[in-house]
Ligand binder design. Structure first.
Ligand SMILES: [Zn+2]
Length: 52
């Protein structure tokens, strides 16, 4: 159950993150805490490149 939720968070974060951050996130997603993935999904983190 927990693992499935984590995988869901990871896939949602990868689909919500902007294109400039995508590869960085894909590289580090295993080390990215759940709360950071949730922040990405809710667009609480502004991208420093495109501002989205
Ligand atoms: Zn961006």
């Amino acid at each position: 159950m927990e693992l499935a939720q984590r995988e869901l968070l990871e896939s949602q974060a990868l689909s919500e993150v902007c294109a400039c951050q995508y590869y960085d996130l894909a590289d580090t997603i295993d080390e990215t805490p759940d709360k950071d993935l949730i922040a990405i999904i809710r667009h609480k983190i502004k991208c420093s490149i495109c501002g989205k």
